[in-house]
Design a protein around this ligand. Structure first.
Ligand SMILES: [Fe+2]
Length: 380
């Protein structure tokens, strides 16, 4: 019997499907496993037995794996999962699979969700491995992207399947936690790359500044995209209001908590900006505005359809303690109480996203892997 390869998409489908009963066996070392593991909207029966233990103590390691249900193995690159799969098959297991491409393929996978179909289509592309979201707005055969990841192939394939041309790609801010895809997408297509100048002024590539109050649209009549400068998470942080209804909020606000204003080493100054943004720009917006965040901390933030979106009213209720803060000093105190270390690779990722540093594909893969650390209170 041979072990079969499975894809990250299949794994996501099995996690959602309550009738699929499988064991996820992660054979990476415990440090890697603790740093970044497969997470989904439903509980996963998961076990970590490192590959090296299978090599050194085969019998004892096999004994740790319960029999009786399919075993789906994940490792860093693919090879060690395949190796362990063969050991299990030789020891009486019958349904064993290994993740094609290793944990990276899980880390890069994007799941499209249709959020709106009102003559135009609005998609959320959830990246479970990063707990982040990018967006696509389709109208009249054109597709605009918001905060795309570096998985350029995915967006191009998605556009092709739907018969759409990618015409614009927007960044909400200079990202620190993942390698942004807009520059690569603009180079691979003829899309216009739009980004907030306060964050991108040092960028070493061409982009079009997205200025507060600018309005973008499609060639054919379609929804409007209004640029709202919402500084705080970064000085340039910008939200994009689609059709007066959907707010692509980047890391300004999330379903749970708000974006960290402490990632630039100027926590006090940036938290003042964020307070002004939340009270004066977001504050007057209606409760029915739908918030499309750049991240989530965990799957409890998703709705019953496994999409990460909610009304501003519900978000105000859910985060009542934050939105009740009525002065800058108390807001900064809240930020300070929730401050924590940022992952060391964030400084490097910022440089890459500004085109100030270039790394090869393999290094980019490694740096880009792992969950985000963007919400102000995610660690508490
Ligand atoms: Fe961010």
């Amino acid at each position: 019997m041979e072990a079969t390869a499975y894809t990250a998409q299949s794994l996501y489908t099995w996690i959602l499907d309550e009738s699929s009963n499988f064991l996820l066996l992660d054979v990476r070392n415990p440090t890697e496993f603790t740093r970044f593991k497969v997470e989904g909207p439903k509980p996963i029966d998961m076990l970590n037995v490192p590959y090296m233990e299978f090599v050194e103590f085969e019998e004892a390691s096999v004994a740790k794996v319960p029999k009786g249900k399919p075993v789906r193995i994940v490792c860093a690159k693919e090879g060690s999962a395949k190796f362990v799969a063969d050991i299990l098959l030789n020891n009486g297991f019958t349904d064993v699979g290994f993740l094609a491409g290793g944990i990276k393929s899980w880390g890069n996978m994007l799941v499209p969700k249709l959020l709106a179909d009102n003559g135009y289509q609005l998609y959320q592309f959830i990246r479970p491995g990063k707990a982040s979201c990018s967006y696509g707005l389709a109208s009249g055969g054109e597709l605009m992207l918001f905060d795309p990841s570096r998985n350029v192939d995915f967006y191009q394939q998605f556009a092709e399947e739907k018969g759409l041309a990618i015409t614009a790609t927007f960044e909400t801010h200079l990202q620190a936690d993942y390698i942004a895809g807009s520059n690569s997408i603009a180079q691979a297509t003829s899309a216009t790359f739009l980004a907030p100048p306060d964050d991108f002024k040092d960028a070493q590539y061409e982009y079009t500044p997205a200025q507060d109050g600018d309005i973008y649209g499609f060639t054919q009549p379609g929804p409007e995209i209004r640029v709202l400068h919402t500084p705080g998470h970064t000085p340039g942080s910008t939200c994009y209001l689609i059709d007066g209804t959907y707010l692509v909020s980047g890391d300004t606000m999330f379903i749970q908590s708000v974006g960290r204003p402490d990632l630039g080493g100027k926590a006090e100054a940036w938290s003042k900006m964020l307070f002004t943004t939340l009270t004066q720009i977001i504050g007057p917006m209606g409760n029915s505005t739908l918030i499309l965040p750049g991240h989530f901390a965990d799957w409890s933030e998703a709705n019953e359809d496994f999409a990460v979106v909610d009304t501003l009213g519900a978000i105000r209720n859910r985060n009542a303690a934050i939105y009740a803060i009525n002065n800058e000093a108390d807001f900064y105190a809240f930020i300070r109480d929730n401050m924590r270390e940022q992952p060391p690779e964030y400084a490097k990722i910022r440089l890459i996203n500004a085109g100030l540093s270039v790394v090869d594909d393999e290094e980019a893969e490694v740096m880009d892997l792992g969950k985000n650390e963007c919400a102000a209170s995610a660690g508490k």
